[in-house]
Design a protein around this ligand. Structure first.
Ligand code: KG4
Ligand code: ZN
Length: 353
């Protein structure tokens, strides 16, 4: 029997098991992470090795450096996750890995590492979509959260509004037509002289700024729930460059606050619109930008005003981690989804609908 046939044969018994423990790995961008998750909801251990300091030297993620750093770190984070859990590989039920979207070299490191581990340990391997992982971070923070709900996913690469119909079952309602929210934050931060990753630094700077200092355009893309951040970003960059050319000192905090307000207002407006139309009672946030203080505060106010439930991952679960991958993997395993050893990285993978 080859490995995949052997895994498929085990799958039925595994799906009916009382408790399922999954060792998950994430390496889609600049975090090498491993975690052990029980039943999609309980974090037994979680290790995140961030390469941010290395990439900060270059002002952004350098894909080649990211791949090499993942190669160096992947064994270490897996060992550490097992050690923190006080577990051996033989006490696990399955393995999971992010196979897209993301940087191809970075993804390949994780995919090959986990394929090798699956082959030698005879543990089934579950392929996970990184965006689905972000959504699933909410299952780790909010124990009683059940679909259906609406989710606003805002990260460095994606800005989506999705209806989560059921576990691992989505309908895409809207998305960005150009830049992602995190990408816009990072580009605006760079103009203000902030290093990578710019989003959290811009947000910190904005705390002492006047958010009405600069009025920015409100983009209106064709799709009712779509976003567009490119016009807003260009208007911001132009305003900064004009001041620079005139030799004026940039009011950096005011500019940061004005930019943050414009992005957060757009995200809130579209999310509320989608919530009202959907008839759903729960809105979840997901992705790196959902760690933004202003977004969390505004969404809290709005959800109280409109009477819907708001769920947000704990701050450390908003940005990239392997715990969220382990949660998503559990629900994919329950649906019987396994990878064989031909699994490849897919840098442009979209959320499976
Ligand atoms: O989800 P994530 O860790 O990686 C991707 O899947 O892209 O998101 C990273 C993005 C970066 O663009 C980063 O600047 C942004 O999330 N980000 C923030 C904050 N924390 C992370 N943006 C605004 N405010 C924050 N506090
Ligand atoms: Zn991410």
């Amino acid at each position: 029997m080859n490995t995949y046939t052997e895994m498929e044969a085990k799958l039925d018994t595994l799906r009916r098991k009382d408790h399922i423990r999954i060792l998950a790995m994430e390496s889609s961008c600049d975090e090498t992470a491993a975690a052990i998750i029980e039943d999609g909801r309980r974090i037994i251990s979680s290790v995140i090795f961030s390469q941010a300091d290395t990439h900060a030297l270059y002002g952004g993620v350098v894909p080649e450096i990211a791949s090499r750093a993942h190669v160096d770190a992947c064994d270490r984070v897996i060992d550490q996750a097992l050690k923190e859990a006080g577990m051996e590989l033989c006490q696990l039920d399955a393995l999971a890995v992010t196979y897209g979207p993301g940087l191809v070299g970075a993804l390949l490191t994780g995919v090959n590492c986990m394929k090798g581990l699956s082959f030698t340990s005879r543990l089934p391997l579950i392929p996970v979509n990184h965006i689905e992982g972000h959504v699933s971070a909410n299952f780790l923070t909010t124990p009683d959260l059940e679909p259906p709900f609406l989710c606003l996913i805002v990260s460095g690469g994606h800005s989506h509004i999705v209806r989560v119909n059921d576990y691992a079952d989505y309908t895409l309602l809207g998305q960005t037509v150009d830049d992602a929210a995190g990408e816009a934050f990072d580009k605006a931060a760079r103009v203000l002289g902030l290093n990578y990753p710019g989003g959290p630094l811009l947000s910190k700077l904005a705390e002492s700024g006047d958010d009405s200092w600069l009025e920015l355009p409100k983009p209106h893309p064709a799709g009712k729930y779509d976003f567009s951040f490119s016009g807003l970003k260009t208007a911001f960059l132009n305003a900064c460059h004009k001041m620079d050319q005139k030799g004026e000192t940039l009011p950096r905090a005011d500019l940061a606050a004005s930019f943050e307000k414009a992005v957060v207002d757009t995200l809130c407006e579209k999310a509320v619109l989608a919530m009202k139309d959907s008839g759903l009672s729960t809105l979840c946030l997901a992705g790196g930008v959902s760690a933004n203080r202003r977004l969390r505060e505004e969404m809290t106010k709005i959800s109280q005003k409109h009477g819907f439930r708001l769920c947000m991952p704990e701050l450390w679960l908003c940005t990239d981690n392997a715990a969220m991958i382990g949660s998503a993997a559990y629900y994919r395993l329950k649906k019987g989804e396994l990878a064989d050893l031909t699994l490849n990285a897919n840098p442009a993978l979209s959320l499976k609908m």
